[in-house]
Design a protein around this ligand. Structure first.
Ligand SMILES: [Fe+2]
Length: 133
């Protein structure tokens, strides 16, 4: 299980709160892959991830655009890539190939390390400078 710690913080509390929700979803994946999960469980977790992406990416993108963050486009592309991955996983599951929890786990883990801990942290200075903490 993944526990929230300061190393995941992007220095903006409203975004940290949303990232905590993301870690909760990863933990569901971790628990599920340890047992014989059903197709319904995979569908549920995927729909949570799609909802998370829709709401959370909007939070970040709205601030980036409001504060005229220079790397907006690069960041937006990574978000788009995440959403595309969720569509691909969804299609697999709909076609009955639902044993994807291991693959999904690797992808989310990678997202936590390479997006949240790297790409997201790059906007901290800009957001803080604009009064968001
Ligand atoms: Fe992001």
């Amino acid at each position: 299980m993944i526990e929230w710690s300061n190393k995941y913080s992007v220095g903006v509390s409203v975004i940290d709160e949303e990232h905590k929700g993301f870690i909760d979803i990863i933990n569901k994946v971790i628990t599920a892959r340890q047992r014989n999960y059903s197709q319904g469980e995979v569908e549920e977790v995927l729909s949570e991830l799609v909802k998370f992406a829709r709401e959370h990416f909007k939070t970040e993108e709205d601030y980036m655009s409001k504060f005229q963050y220079p790397d907006y486009l690069l960041h937006y592309n990574e978000h788009l890539n995440f959403s595309l991955h969720m569509i691909i996983y969804n299609n697999q599951v709909i076609n009955g190939e639902y044993k994807i929890m291991d693959e999904l786990y690797s992808y989310l883990q990678e997202w936590l390390i390479h997006h949240i801990q790297k790409t997201d942290k790059k906007y901290t200075k800009c957001f803080n400078k604009n009064g968001l903490r």
